[in-house]
Ligand binder design. Structure first.
Ligand code: C5P
Length: 215
């Protein structure tokens, strides 16, 4: 029988990553952080000084990269790049290369290779629509841009980093706009996804809500 996949899509900062991690731990399933894959590819393009609109050059670069995940860290060609990919400059570059159809198709097989028994939690923008359209469980998490920016600010300050809320709101809106309006695999809920507005909910409440649907 098919390996079950649970997809969690939604905009930046909706809390997908935390919920996906909690579900993977609770169910003992594998975890795909597809955004991290796009971020590592963007980092490689940035480092080589490739124009972020050069679809041919970036899609040709991808097969040369060794992208791996070990113990929660992201690796590029044998180098741990977890901290290098977690900043707004990399996030913004990522949403630019993620709009390029050939880049997306080059990254499909790697994403699908995460689907192994006993199951997969897949976190991203197009998990339920493009990468795992047959998934039996699909969720789409949202929250207002303000709330998502506040959560990001809190995450950053926990890491000892600072930022201005207004800047974060702007970054998030710009990224949502690019992710939602691209012609290929735009950010949108699958027709059969359960929508969860997390604005008024705590993380524990969102987690309970998702578990309620799958149990
Ligand atoms: O989820 P995260 O914020 O790490 O994703 C970074 C960027 O990668 C997103 O803004 C989006 O442009 C891109 N992405 C994507 N498709 C996915 C996951 C991420 O286009 N499945």
């Amino acid at each position: 029988s098919a390996i079950p996949v649970l997809t969690i899509d939604g905009p930046a900062g909706a809390g997908k990553g935390s919920i996906a991690g909690m579900l993977a731990d609770t169910l003992g399933w594998h975890l795909l952080d597809s955004g991290a894959i796009y971020r590592v590819a963007a980092l490689a393009a940035l480092r080589r000084g490739i124009d972020l609109q050069d679809e041919v050059a970036i899609s040709a670069l991808i097969p040369q990269l060794v992208i791996e995940f070990k113990q929660g860290d992201a690796w590029l060609n044998g180098e741990c790049v977890s901290s290098d990919i977690r900043n707004e400059a990399c996030a913004s570059a990522t949403s630019k290369i993620a709009a390029l159809p050939k880049v997306r198709s080059e990254l499909l097989a790697l994403q699908r290779s995460f689907c192994k028994a006993p199951g997969l939690i897949a976190d991203g923008r197009d998990m339920g629509t493009v990468v795992f359209p047959e998934a039996p469980y699909k969720f789409y998490l949202t929250a207002s841009a303000e709330i998502r920016a506040e959560r990001r600010l809190k995450q950053l300050s926990e890491q000892g980093l600072s930022a201005r809320l207004q800047d974060l709101i702007q970054d998030i809106n710009a990224r949502d706009e690019r992710d939602s309006n691209r012609p290929v695999a735009p950010l949108k809920p699958a027709d059969d996804a359960v929508l969860v507005d997390t604005s008024p909910l705590t993380q524990a409440e969102v987690f309970a809500e998702v578990l309620r649907y799958i149990r």
